[in-house]
Design a protein around this ligand. Sequence first.
Ligand code: SER
Length: 320
Amino acid sequence: MKKEKVLIMGACGQIGVELTLALRKLYGADNVIASDIREAQHPLLEGTGPYYTLNAMDAAATLALIKKENITQVYLLAALLSATGEKDPKRAWDINMQSLLQVLDIAVQEKLTKVYWPSSIAVFGTTTPKQDTPQKTIIEPRTVYGISKYAGELWCQYYNQRWGLDVRSLRYPGLISWKSEPGGGTTDYAVEIYHEALKHGKYTSFLSEGTYLPMMYMDDAIRATIELMEAPEEKIKSRMAYNLSAMSFSPKEIAEAIRKHIPGFQIDYAPDFRQQIADGWPQSIDDSAARADWGWKHEFDLEKMTADMLLHLKEQLQTV
Ligand code: SER
């Protein structure tokens, strides 16, 4: 059997940092090559394994690195997210699409064994059922990020059907993490709120108090990604991205969960342009296909995540 060697593109982002660390533990540090457009790698990756500066838009450099390192699998995580994307839609489209199509072409050409590319709840829009959104439903995304994710899902499916490429994908909900910072999403409030609660005891939310969104703790998201990628090929029945779910809450509810640990914590609300993005997304997700096909099961709910986030962020604050 061919020895697997992984390239992670966008390794310094919110998912990339933790995925790189997890895959290095699993496959050995030297078998997981981290890359990102940033010159300097994320502090948490330093000393943990090989790192290259790589622009995901540079097809020639990507191909050269894949050949040089004898890469067999690519995780393409580089992207502009929903809020950043709305500020410069064409740029978001170019970055999100061009990088994907290049990687898919290289994967076919170099006969890579697997490709991972993340999708998002942002594929859904106002015409989608808001509760328990099914795997297959009306999909009319309203943000450029969502449009690029939906188009990308179709491309992944196309490359699988046309070229037999083993490309896999998940529709992540909002991701909450303490090791790495989120980057320009509409769900970022659910990370900021923990930092502000510990530092200042109060937070102004850019989403209104009753805005429910599907969310997931990063530990679950990383495990889901690895479990999907390790599942035998015959279990992967959807080559569009799988719905993935863990919990749903509103700013008011996360504030209440925080108040159990920090009793005086205060929240107020000043919705901005991100409110409209959030209003177009589902409130909860039906991920029964992921559960049935490859055995997905989440571990963290709001209470468990809040306790873990506050514990780790408190430690982090004390050491800086
Ligand atoms: N967390 C992402 C965003 O808010 C959703 O995929 O853009």
